[in-house]
Structure formats: structure tokens, C-alpha cells
Design a protein around this ligand. Structure first.
Ligand code: GLC
Length: 494
């Protein structure tokens, strides 16, 4: 074997995450998870969402949803048909990196409100104009025909009610300091009011909760969906918890909610599992990524699992190998010229997108032609050798597999701690995000790890049904807006 492949294999081995470590991770996750249910300010936030039931597919109505928290900002309207189907109209725009970290909260939320305005003008203009006419007739006082909107805001929020919650911290590269501590629903509502839009922010929704709700609406089983998880730009999960296990509810300030179901969806914010690194693997690349990030020491699980960070881990490994002259990595063999141009995003922090990892892992061609094409498209790297491509594939495989196995730690811990596998029924999990959707065999690696956890094992693995829940953040937000508006009407009637 060449020195280069030897080195790639040596580095890949640092990303091994063996069965014993998976089991140790699960035990610690359960401990941190239970701790998060008893008090605030724990590493796993375990945020009560005030959503106390999951849909059964019969819900009906037209709702608006907006989604901030991934790569794109989306505005959509969702028509729930009441028969497990829906139609969805949406517009999305990519959020420029500058917008994520510059300006003030007010600027950000006005920008969002403007997108809602142009969406309404394009897709619901009649409704919009009719509302304006009625408002003018009634001298500005018009509660009629407001659209109920579900606000999918996928960051850690201290939730105080179904449409009330203060931002705990930004994640995934966002950094607008004056928003921290503010009620994000109120911020959005005041921007909407400033533009005089016929919209009421009815619900605050994390994307994982939306995913869970959407999955439960579209594929209702006898028991509904139990868990929603995102493996995309970020990673996180939400699940159905028994109310009497959420003992911290007694100590936190909150508005009224329906207690009759005895359950509530918890947003785990598992991106922050084990921030103090008691069990998480920690290679030199993980350490470097964290040190150079805008939020060192937090989201430590997410930094090893989700799309935004896997590309960066790969980039750090590739740079390391490239700088090691003796390996000849990414140098054209004939002239030994550097084949990575200065303008390549290999030299730029966050310069590698997860889609590159998916392409690299997927390439089964003999000449690794797809990897070559991807290196050219993504990184302007010309004429890499076969050994270069193999080295990259070896490393990618290790980084991706470790991510999936870590994902299995969180999933199995939640299943075990809630005794969900004891009943012998199918347990339904809805997932979304670029990694689980496009990274080859991501679910397969997750399941391999499930079987290595004795409390899950072969039998448990067979009872776990995992399904992609497309558009979760839109449909799910609509479903929660529906629950919220019914609850609102019920309270007003009392
Ligand atoms: C980050 C956010 C979390 C979200 C996840 C997936 O971890 O903090 O709220 O659910 O990304 O988008």
C-alpha cells in the first residue's frame, strides 16, 4: 500500500467508534436526558414544547408556515385535507452567510416578514386584498381572516407557551447577539404588524417537532409517531414524553396547556449532548473544528454528527494530508505542481458541503470518476490521482459512519429511557435532513449500531420503523398552528 493510503487508513481509524463506546454513550445519554427533565440549564436541554398530542391524519385547514434554521428560509402555505394528505405551496431563498451573523434582530425579522409579504402577494393575493379592504372599513381593527402561522425556528429556545419562547443561543453559524433572550414569536409578530400583514404567529415550532407531527399526520399507525429527528445542517430530536417524568414543569414559568393526554413532546436539543465531553470521541480534527468555531464548547454532539460540520472535519483532514509533503496528496505527479488552486474552497473554513461527502461515499466506479468530478466541481481540484481519491473516500467513510453511529446513540437512548421497545409494538420514527436522505447507507449504519446495544438488539431493531418525513417543518408547523388555534378558541370560550 502507498504511504498515502496508509496515512488515510491511520487517520480513518481515529474515527472508529466501537460497540463498547456506543454502549457507554447510550448509558450517559440516558443519564443526561433524565437530568434534563428535572431541572434547567443542563447540557441536554430537554425543552418542553407545550404540544401535548400527535395528529392522527384527520386534521383539516389552510395554514401558513415559515421556517428559519437550515440552509434556506422558507415560506409556505399548507392545505391539510383531513385524510392524511396535504398540498403545499412554498418559496425558499438561501440565507447568505453574512445575514446570519450581521445586523440586528430587528433587521432579520423584518427581512423574514418581507418574504411573508411577497409570498402572500403571489399566492394568496385575493385573501390579502380582502383583508386590507375590511381593515380599512373597520378603521384598522380586524381580527377576521387572519392566517394562523406556525413559526419553525430551529434553534434552542426556552419555550414558555405554544407561541412564546426566548432564544437561548444561536447554533449552525447564526450569530445575532441582540436576539438572544428575546421572545422570537413577538419579534416576528411585531415585524409582521409593522408591514400590516394579515398573519397571527400562532405557534413556535422546532423542526424536529414539526417532523414528528408531519410524520404522524401522513402515516398514522395505531400508536402515532414517537420520535422526530433531523440529520441535516444540524442534528436534533423530539419525542413523546410522559408528563409526570418532566418534573421541571413544576418549577418553570409557563402558560396554560392541555394536561389531559398525560404526555408532552420534548425537544431534546441533542446537538448539545455531552458538551463537557465525558463520552464523546474527540480527535485532533474535532478539537480544531471546535476551537475555530464561533461557539467553542457547545453543540459538541452536533459538531460530530451533522452536515454543516462533517464537511469541515473532512476539510481539516484533507488540508493536513495536503500539507504533509511526503504524501504527495493532491499534487499532480508529473510536475509535482500543487493541483489545488489558491481560490479553492479547500482553503476556506466551512468550504466543504456535505453533498460532497455523499457523492464521495457513493462512488463505486473503478476509476472513481464521480469523486474526480465532484472534486473539480466543489473544490476546483484538477486531475487528482486514483490514490488521492481513494484516500479521500477512506476518510469520508470513517467520518460518515461515526456520525451515523453517534446518531444511533441518541436514538436508542431515547427508546430505552421511555421503555418504548418493551411493548412489542412497532415504534415509528420520522426523520429529515440532507444526511439521512442522501448519505449512502446512513440508516444502515444507524441500525448496525442499534443491534450492538443489548437493550435494543436484533428484536428491537426490527420493531423500529424509520421513515423520511418530507416537508416536516412546513406541514408540522401547520399542524401545531392548528392545535394552537383550537386551544386558543377553547380558552376564549371558557
Ligand atoms: C440545531 C438547533 C436545533 C435544530 C437542529 C436541526 O441543533 O439547535 O434546534 O432542531 O439544529 O435543525
Amino acid at each position: 500500500m502507498s504511504a498515502l493510503l496508509d496515512e488515510a487508513t491511520r487517520i480513518a481509524r481515529q474515527f472508529d467508534y466501537p460497540a463498547a463506546e456506543v454502549r457507554r454513550g447510550v448509558a450517559e445519554y440516558i443519564r443526561q436526558m433524565n437530568e434534563g427533565l428535572t431541572k434547567e440549564h443542563t447540557t441536554l436541554s430537554q425543552i418542553p414544547t407545550f404540544v401535548t398530542s400527535v395528529p392522527n391524519g384527520t386534521e383539516k385547514g389552510l395554514y401558513l408556515a415559515v421556517d428559519l434554521g437550515g440552509t434556506n428560509f422558507r415560506v409556505c402555505s399548507i392545505d391539510l385535507h383531513g385524510d392524511t394528505t396535504f398540498s403545499l405551496t412554498q418559496s425558499k431563498i438561501m440565507i447568505p452567510r453574512e445575514t446570519m451573523s450581521a445586523g440586528s434582530a430587528k433587521e432579520l425579522f423584518l427581512f423574514l416578514a418581507r418574504q411573508i409579504e411577497s409570498f402572500l402577494r403571489i399566492h394568496h393575493n385575493e385573501h390579502f386584498e380582502a383583508h386590507i379592504r375590511r381593515r380599512n372599513e373597520k378603521n384598522g381593527n380586524c381580527e377576521e381572516d387572519l392566517f394562523d402561522l406556525g413559526f419553525t425556528f430551529s434553534f434552542p429556545v426556552r419555550q414558555l407557551g405554544i407561541n412564546k419562547g426566548t432564544l437561548i443561543r444561536w447554533t449552525k453559524g447564526f450569530d445575532i447577539p441582540d436576539a438572544v433572550g428575546q421572545d422570537v414569536c413577538a419579534l416576528l409578530q411585531s415585524a409582521i404588524d409593522e408591514l400590516e400583514l394579515p398573519v397571527r404567529v400562532a405557534a413556535l415550532v422546532n423542526d424536529t417537532v414539526g417532523t414528528l407531527m408531519a410524520r404522524s399526520y401522513t402515516s398514522p399507525g395505531e400508536t402515532g409517531t414517537f420520535l422526530g429527528a433531523i440529520f441535516g445542517t444540524g442534528t436534533n430530536g423530539a419525542y413523546v414524553e410522559k408528563l409526570d417524568r418532566i418534573t421541571k414543569m413544576q418549577t418553570i414559568e409557563h402558560s396554560e396547556y392541555d394536561k389531559t393526554t398525560g404526555e408532552m413532546i420534548i425537544n431534546a436539543e441533542w446537538g448539545s449532548f455531552d458538551n463537557h465531553l465525558s463520552v464523546l470521541p474527540n480527535t485532533v480534527y474535532d478539537q480544531q473544528l471546535d476551537a475555530d468555531s464561533i461557539n467553542p464548547g457547545v453543540q459538541m454532539f452536533e459538531k460530530r454528527v451533522s452536515g454543516m460540520f462533517l464537511g469541515e472535519i473532512l476539510r481539516l483532514v484533507m488540508l493536513d494530508m495536503h500539507r504533509n509533503e511526503s504524501l504527495g496528496f493532491l499534487k499532480t505527479s508529473a510536475s509535482s505542481d500543487v493541483s489545488v488552486p489558491k481560490t479553492s474552497s479547500l482553503y476556506r473554513q466551512w468550504g466543504i458541503d456535505t453533498s460532497l461527502l455523499s457523492l464521495v461515499e457513493a462512488d463505486k466506479t473503478e476509476g472513481l470518476e464521480e469523486i474526480k468530478a465532484a472534486l473539480k466541481d466543489h473544490l476546483k481540484i484538477e486531475r487528482p490521482s486514483i490514490a488521492d481519491c481513494k484516500a479521500i473516500q477512506t476518510v469520508v467513510h470513517a467520518i460518515g459512519k461515526r456520525a451515523a453511529r453517534l446518531g444511533a446513540v441518541a436514538l436508542s437512548a431515547v427508546l430505552i429511557a421511555t421503555n418504548r421497545l418493551d411493548k412489542g409494538d412497532l415504534v415509528d420514527i420520522g426523520v429529515d435532513g440532507s444526511l439521512v436522505e442522501y448519505y449512502p447507507n446512513f440508516e444502515g449504519y444507524v441500525r448496525e449500531a442499534f443491534r450492538e446495544v443489548p437493550e435494543v438488539g436484533d428484536a428491537g431493531d426490527k420493531r423500529i420503523r424509520i421513515g423520511i418525513s418530507k416537508d416536516g417543518s412546513g406541514v408540522g408547523a401547520a399542524l401545531i398552528a392548528l392545535v394552537a388555534s383550537k386551544e386558543d378558541a377553547r380558552m376564549k370560550a371558557q
